[in-house]
Ligand binder design. Structure first.
Ligand code: SF4
Ligand code: SF4
Length: 418
């Protein structure tokens, strides 16, 4: 049986057939969502909340490929998610131009394993991202691709490395037109902490589909973490990946997501379709509750997946074996551990701002160019912040290549030991 949409796109797919035969209702027993591309066909919401979690002790190429293949195999195999012969956009996290060893970006070996599996089913593969500080005047994306090892990888694998320089407005965002060119999106995030969103994983990684500096506009206009989380979930809702494979072999804890974070050897690969379920399990690894993460809370409220751990079918490792009780949260998120009444009472007095360790600062001015509120200046004595207009988005910390931007706490935050 073939299915036609208003756009004339046709597809023969068992999961889509089942979905449409059920009138588009959520069918949890259905095999899996099959088609993802909103511009061609309505995305199926028949989420399947199976998540595969497997141990992987290093970035040895063969080991990573074997682990990723096994993880996706537990979920039904790559062709359960992506139709053979189709065009696929692979989206790693390429935040900034740092080598893979910094654990700021998705390791090329994890990307390679996804590429190899897609090649097995004859897909045409495109790889790309829009790094956080990417703008002509800040940093050349070629440098980011080069240093993160993605240029070399794409050349070795003979796949096309693309730039997100052309956009199409979808909902309220200028998203890369490679989403239009491709039939499927495969999301390959890095598991890291994040000063603004606590976690960057399956949902947050999709922010890189927004072209260039418009990301800063979104930060500026949605500086409240709740509002920013809504934006991230909007993007997820608009672009839902066919599959997500998370690089958590070496993750990041502490003041992530960039140079101020600390490496954390979690030694895991996670794979699944339901980004909310995946991020809920990442929250558990961080020793948090899934709904402590605002994007999870927002996605759960929109019923975009499953956040209840008991309703997620975990294949591979046992949940108890992956929780890291000593996981270091970002400074700005330590208040999550306080009782809710205390947080509510002290909300206005527990504050965090960026500050510079002048000794580490290399005076590159990247923070100045990145700041959406333009409240950073370079003086003879070094970097200065106008705190009266700072929105505490921590874009400056995220972009700083020298780990020079730290988190300054308000007096109360210090007194209560946050
Ligand atoms: S100074 Fe840093 S935290 Fe403050 S608004 Fe600018 S980028 Fe955001
Ligand atoms: S604080 Fe960081 S980003 Fe800003 S000028 Fe110094 S090194 Fe560059």
């Amino acid at each position: 049986m073939q299915f036609s949409t208003a756009g004339g796109f046709e597809r023969d797919c068992p999961a889509a057939r089942s979905f449409y035969e059920h009138g588009g209702a959520v069918q949890r027993q259905d095999p899996l969502p099959y088609k993802v591309n909103l511009h061609k066909i309505e995305y199926t919401t028949c989420m399947n909340s199976k998540v595969a979690i497997l141990k992987c002790s290093s970035y040895d190429s063969a080991l990573v490929l074997e682990t990723v293949k096994k993880a996706i195999g537990l979920l039904g195999g790559i062709s359960t998610f992506v139709k053979p012969g189709s065009k696929v956009l692979v989206k790693p996290n390429l935040l900034m131009s740092k080598e893979p060893e910094y654990a700021i970006t998705t390791h090329p070996e994890v990307v390679r394993s996804v590429i190899r599996l897609l090649k097995e089913i004859n897909c045409k593969i495109f790889v790309g991202d829009s790094p956080s500080v990417w703008a002509d005047y800040i940093e050349n994306v070629d440098t980011v691709y080069e240093r993160t090892g993605i240029t070399k990888l794409c050349s070795q694998e003979s796949v096309e490395l693309v730039k997100f320089d052309k956009r199409r407005w979808r909902k309220n965002f200028p998203l890369t037109i490679w989403l239009d060119t491709c039939d499927y999106l495969v999301n390959v995030p890095k598991f890291k902490t994040h000063e603004l969103t606590t976690l960057t994983g399956a949902i947050k990684n999709l922010f890189g589909l927004v072209c260039g500096t418009y990301k800063l506009e979104l930060h500026k206009n949605n500086f409240n973490p709740n509002d920013f989380s809504k934006i991230l979930v909007d993007i997820y809702e608009e672009t839902r990946p066919a599959l997500t494979v998370i690089d958590s072999i070496v993750a990041m804890q502490g003041d992530g997501p960039a140079t101020s974070g600390k490496l954390c050897n979690t030694g895991l690969i996670l794979a699944g379709v339901d980004a909310l379920a995946l991020d809920s399990l990442l929250a558990k690894i961080m020793n948090l509750s899934p709904l402590d993460i605002l994007t999870n809370k927002e996605a759960a409220s929109r019923k975009l997946g499953v956040s209840d751990i008991n309703s997620i079918e975990i294949l591979g490792e046992k949940l108890a074996s992956i929780v890291n009780k000593s996981f270091e949260l970002p400074t700005t998120s330590k208040k999550i551990k306080l009782p809710q009444p205390v947080i509510k009472l002290a909300k206005k007095l527990i504050k965090y701002y960026p500050c510079v360790e002048q000794g580490n600062c290399i005076r590159c001015s990247i923070c100045i160019k990145t700041c959406p509120k333009k409240v950073i200046t370079m003086t003879k004595k070094g970097i200065r912040f106008d705190y009266s207009n700072c929105i505490a988005c921590f874009c400056c910390q995220e972009a700083c290549p020298a780990a020079a931007i730290k988190v300054k706490k308000s007096l109360l935050a210090k007194i209560i030991g946050l």
